[in-house]
Design a protein around this ligand. Structure first.
Ligand SMILES: *Cc1c(COP(=O)(O)O)cnc(C)c1O
Length: 399
């Protein structure tokens, strides 16, 4: 007998909807933001500086530059890397479109490199075959919070004289071989969107150990303007500043940075909580015949941004879409991370065709993201598992 599903009018496993991700804000966060509102500066001031210092310190990098979003951080990084029209940049397709869009912003060409089927990260062994004499950089995404093999990527890059940008929008607090993500690539970008580990409302940052990149990032964040006397033609007039390049207004306001400062203090606690919840998922799902768990990079510490599983669809009498819809009807806020970037109509119009990264395409067909955020309890995880079990039983080929 098939059990009644919520889709067929049965009662959902949960009576309230569980979001797949959300921010955690407490009174301390609120009073820190209020402090700025009562003060002298609203936009980029002492709080931004303080936030940058705490980020740099956390990841062990020399410099951090806060900007208005992770996307702005990617744009600034690509500009600071000197990438422009005619250049090619290698990037993974298993990411949010912004990781590749930044390449298009500067008129360069994204070249997609396939992924590892067990982690979803860029397959380092496939990087070299995509390098041409136009290749200038690699943008590697530490997908889910699981770090890329940055040492291997850096050594391929060194051999071919490429700049490496790590997109660590998922991976603040992650480590590779005991070194924090943010300290190993030429530049690393972070996002502080509300679904990420810590939030500033909207916000992002770049960390680097290279002073030249740092200097360029500072210029790009604010119209290409410098106040560095050594870089200016007019060194005499005290009010003087010079626009030396074409930049943007990507300055993070102090209002947002205040929230970031307060959130940063909770980062380790947030990661512990995410670890606890994701371990519980893995513990329960590891022997489930309808699920394949993703793996973590050897020598890495996954800071657990999203919990992605692969569905063993060959054992189920349904599509991923049916599982997805059934979970939503059970009040489980699932998601799919990600649609391969070159599947989007905009990329198709640019000439990208299906089939260029077959592992990624097969991966995409099976993945589903289960809810994972700091406000969740272990019982929430149990309710997700219950809903999955109910749906798997319903659709099982053996049923
Ligand atoms: C969130 C995200 C971004 C973009 O960050 P925003 O702050 O939303 O602009 C870029 N790359 C990845 C992998 C992301 O998850």
């Amino acid at each position: 007998m098939r059990e009644k599903l919520a889709i067929n009018g049965g009662t959902p496993v949960r009576d309230t909807f569980l979001q797949y991700g959300r921010q955690y804000i407490d009174e301390e966060d609120i009073s820190k933001v209020v402090e700025v509102l009562k003060g002298d500066y609203l936009t980029t001031g002492p709080y931004v500086k303080n936030f940058e210092e705490s980020l740099a310190k956390k990841v062990g990098a020399k410099y951090a530059v806060a900007v208005t979003s992770g996307t702005a951080a990617l744009h600034c990084a690509v500009l600071a890397a000197g990438i422009s029209k005619g250049d090619e940049v290698l990037v993974t397709p298993m990411t949010f479109a912004a990781s590749a869009n930044c390449i298009l912003y500067v008129g360069a060409t994204p070249v997609f490199v396939d992924i590892e089927e067990n982690t979803g990260n860029i397959d380092v062994s496939k990087i070299e075959e995509k390098i041409t004499d136009k290749t200038k950089a690699i943008i590697a995404v530490s997908y889910r919070g699981n770090p890329v093999k940055i040492d291997e990527i850096m050594s391929v890059a060194k051999k071919h004289n490429l700049i490496v940008v790590e997109d660590a929008a998922h991976a603040i607090g992650a480590k590779y071989k005991d070194s924090y993500v943010g300290n190993n690539a030429d530049m690393t970008i972070f996002s502080f969107h509300p679904v990420k580990h810590i939030t500033t409302g909207e916000g992002g940052a770049i960390t680097t150990n290279n002073f030249e990149f740092y200097r360029k990032l500072i210029e790009m964040r604010s119209h290409g303007i410098t106040r560095n006397i050594e870089l200016m033609e007019n060194k005499d007039d005290p009010w003087y500043y010079e626009q030396v390049d074409l930049g943007y207004n990507y300055r993070m306001p102090d209002i947002n940075a205040a929230l970031g400062i307060s959130q940063m203090k909770k980062l380790d606690v947030f990661i512990d909580k995410r670890k606890e919840l994701s371990s519980l998922y893995s513990e329960i799902l590891k022997d489930n015949k309808y699920v394949t768990l993703l793996e973590d990079t050897e020598g890495g510490f996954n800071s657990e941004h999203i919990y992605v599983i692969k569905l063993n669809l060959e054992r189920l009498n349904c599509t991923r879409r049916e599982i997805y819809s059934a979970l939503i009807k059970e009040n489980i806020g699932v998601n799919v991370h990600y649609i391969p970037v070159y599947f989007h109509p905009y990329y198709r119009k640019l000439g990208y065709k299906r089939g260029i990264c077959p592992v990624c395409e097969e991966f995409y067909e099976r993945i589903i993201t289960l809810p994972l955020h700091v406000s969740m309890s272990k019982n929430d995880v149990i309710s997700v598992i219950k809903a999955l079990d109910k749906i798997f039983k319903y659709y099982s080929i053996e049923a």
